[in-house]
Write a protein that binds this ligand. Structure first.
Ligand SMILES: *Cc1c(COP(=O)(O)O)cnc(C)c1O
Length: 431
């Protein structure tokens, strides 16, 4: 990799190398594109989640209040808006909401969308091919021992920084699959411990997420009964995330939040490998149209999706290639090489990406508790950083007085209290 010519072609690479906070505007935003996925795929995924609703009500009683649908609240956070703009000294017209995937049932993270979806799709396929299930059955029969016996002949494996393994591990072991997860050194110990307690086989690597997932993929290739969920390129994961848009459309209407040319909606999403924010963004664009605008957020030390998109190299370049150390407190975003599909699918759908110093997410985590009593993990607050960075550009191009902002909060419910206290105290020192 010749760094000088990279910088010449994409000058922002110099700032990324220096781990500076930047806001990158996507030059291809809004161009027409020919995508390999369509709105029909989103509705197909939504219908599959619906078929499994009766299974969830019976197997995971915490999903009974939502009738077996895994969804999170959309919460206005006016106090956090005041705290934030005072803390960072900028003005922010419009309303700010938090999409609380930190409260999503089962994994308490956005991975309950994509990860669980892919497990369900695989389980449905196996059960139907075995002649034991039809699409019109009540899927709560999947709890019966004969299905556990069937699924026990199959393994599911995944490479993960933590939350993807939690969502897949919890649901797949309950269905009866053998589950193996390959985890990077960044993955938090409590996430590994929780997985082992659920009967998941956890394999730890000294190296990066990329090393862990590559080793996991190789191992799974040797075993025909091992199904590998590939965070670096799965369309099933991607479509599972996209279903969020159908649910959000209704939440927006119920809360009288308009989305039109005079009421643009800005959505800020943390990016690791880029899969979850891309899936959500694709769904939002398909379901809500051109007046919703997505912006990603990444740590300055591991700005993998930005590096891939700005250079056009996508997954052919990693942050280690430009000398970054890849270290961050935002463990859910600790991915040095972006997914094979995210950058390509986002080429015309993503407005831009902001990068942030770790201090900010620690501060936001504490501030969100102090102002709104909402518990999240540091990665989940990354959108607040992008919100701040984007305002200069947005205020010159959109009617901001009537705009709405959604910070997509991506995880937190399962963080143990002692762990959360440590993070909170670190954040309090900064604010
Ligand atoms: C996985 C994760 C993300 C990012 O999702 P990617 O698909 O890796 O881009 C963001 N926040 C949290 C808490 C996560 O676990």
């Amino acid at each position: 990799m010749d760094i000088d010519s990279l910088i010449k072609a994409s000058p922002i690479v110099a700032d990324l190398m220096a781990a500076k906070e930047v806001f990158w505007l996507n030059p291809d935003y809004g161009d027409s594109a020919n995508l390999p996925v369509s709105q029909a795929d989103i509705f197909d995924a939504a219908a599959r989640f619906d078929r499994f609703a009766s299974y969830f009500v019976a197997e995971f009683p915490e999903t009974a209040p939502s009738h077996g649908i895994l969804e999170s609240p959309l919460t206005p956070i006016p106090k956090m808006k005041i705290t934030l703009t005072q803390l960072e000294n900028y003005s922010l017209p419009g309303n700010v909401y938090l999409k609380e995937d930190n409260k999503l049932p089962i994994s308490g993270s956005i991975k309950s969308r994509g990860g669980i979806y892919e497990v369900l799709k695989f389980a449905e396929k196996v059960a139907i091919e075995a002649g034991m299930l039809t699409y019109l059955d009540d899927y709560s029969i999947l709890r019966e021992d004969r299905f556990k016996e069937l699924f026990s002949h199959y393994g599911i494996s995944v490479g993960s920084t933590g939350n993807l393994a939690l969502s897949i591990g919890i649901v797949a072991t309950r269905l009866g699959f053998k589950v193996k997860v390959h985890m990077s050194s960044d993955a938090k110990t409590w996430k590994k411990d929780l997985l082992r307690a659920k009967g998941v086989k956890v394999i730890e690597y000294d190296g990066s997420f990329t090393a862990a997932i590559t080793a996991g993929r190789k191992e799974a290739e040797k075993d025909p009964n091992m199904y590998f969920i590939d965070d670096e390129g799965s369309y099933d994961l991607f479509l599972g995330y996209s279903v969020a848009a159908i649910r959000l459309q209704k939440q927006l209407k119920d809360q009288n939040i308009k989305v039109d040319a005079h009421h643009p909606l800005f959505v800020y999403l943390p990016a690791g490998v880029g899969g979850s924010p891309s899936g959500v963004t694709f769904g939002l664009k398909e379901i809500l149209g051109p007046n919703v605008h997505a912006i990603f957020a990444e740590p300055t030390h591991i700005s993998s999706v930005l590096l891939g998109m700005a250079t056009g190299l996508n997954d052919k370049i990693s942050v280690y290639d430009i000398g970054l150390d890849g270290k961050t407190e935002a463990d859910g975003l600790a991915v040095g090489r972006p997914s094979r599909i995210a950058g390509k699918l986002m080429k015309t759908l993503l407005l831009g990406i902001g990068t942030f110093d770790d201090e900010r997410v620690l501060a936001y985590t504490a501030a969100l508790w102090d102002s709104e009593k909402i518990k999240v993990e540091p990665s989940a607050t990354a959108g607040f950083a992008a919100l701040r960075q984007a305002q200069g550009y947005l205020s010159e191009h959109y009617p901001m007085e009537s705009a709405n902002h959604i910070i997509w909060s991506t995880g937190g419910m399962l963080v143990p209290d002692s762990e959360y206290q440590t993070i909170y105290q670190l954040g309090k020192k900064i604010i």
